[in-house]
Design a protein around this ligand. Structure first.
Ligand code: SF4
Length: 201
């Protein structure tokens, strides 16, 4: 594809996603896909699904989880939100609503419907951060029987193009206290890999 053709394809796909109502009947707050990508983004962050705050603002990772993720990755807010550099693609693009124990899981219709089409427009030599169990089970199906802690501890062993991370929600504070190796062994190479993926541009 030429650059112009790719730009048209990206714009067309963004418009298609923005108009998606496939699982509207299951979304208490209604569809509002929150996703960012461009044909030049060599860093991809696959998260879970927008929360209520992100649904309201329309800005991905516009919450405490986003702040923690930026701290983990070493990305400043401007770079993190630069779609030319970083693609932000949750497993479910719309806020799924809240259940008895917090936010509901990402809608299962979403990733099979859109992810391959988005990724087909991105550079092949990209790095993908798999944030949380839903992203890891989708992209690393061979690790389905592993715990999230085991996957994170293994780092890039399951594929050099992927780095599994816990979801940076408030719950990860306790998890980090129980897993001191995360800060000493995982975060420094994570930051180096993130820097390298951006410097390739
Ligand atoms: S969650 Fe995904 S599949 Fe469902 S309406 Fe939103 S964009 Fe469409």
């Amino acid at each position: 594809m030429t650059t112009a053709t790719t730009a048209v394809a990206v714009a067309g796909l963004r418009a298609e996603i923005a108009a998606c109502t496939v699982c509207a009947a299951h979304l208490a707050a209604g569809p509002r896909p929150v996703v960012r990508f461009s044909a030049t983004a060599r860093l991809v962050i696959v998260g879970q699904a927008p929360g209520a705050r992100v649904h309201a603002s329309g800005v991905p990772w516009d919450d405490a989880s986003g702040e923690r993720l930026r701290e983990w990755t070493g990305l400043d807010p401007a770079t993190f939100h630069d779609a030319a550099k970083v693609a932000l693609i949750p497993m479910g693009f719309c806020y799924p609503g809240t259940g008895a124990s917090g936010d509901l899981p990402p809608r299962s219709e979403c990733a099979p419907l859109w992810h391959d089409r988005v990724l087909a427009l991105l550079p092949a030599d990209r790095l993908t951060l798999l944030v949380g169990g839903y992203a890891q089970e989708h992209y690393l199906p061979a690790t389905k029987r592993m715990t999230l802690t085991e996957r994170v501890r293994d780092g890039r062993a399951h594929g050099p193009a992927f780095i599994p991370l816990p979801h940076p929600s408030w719950r990860s504070g306790g998890w980090m206290k129980r897993s001191p190796w995360f800060e000493t062994d995982i975060l420094p190479p994570l930051r180096a890999a993130v820097r390298a993926s951006l410097e390739l541009r």
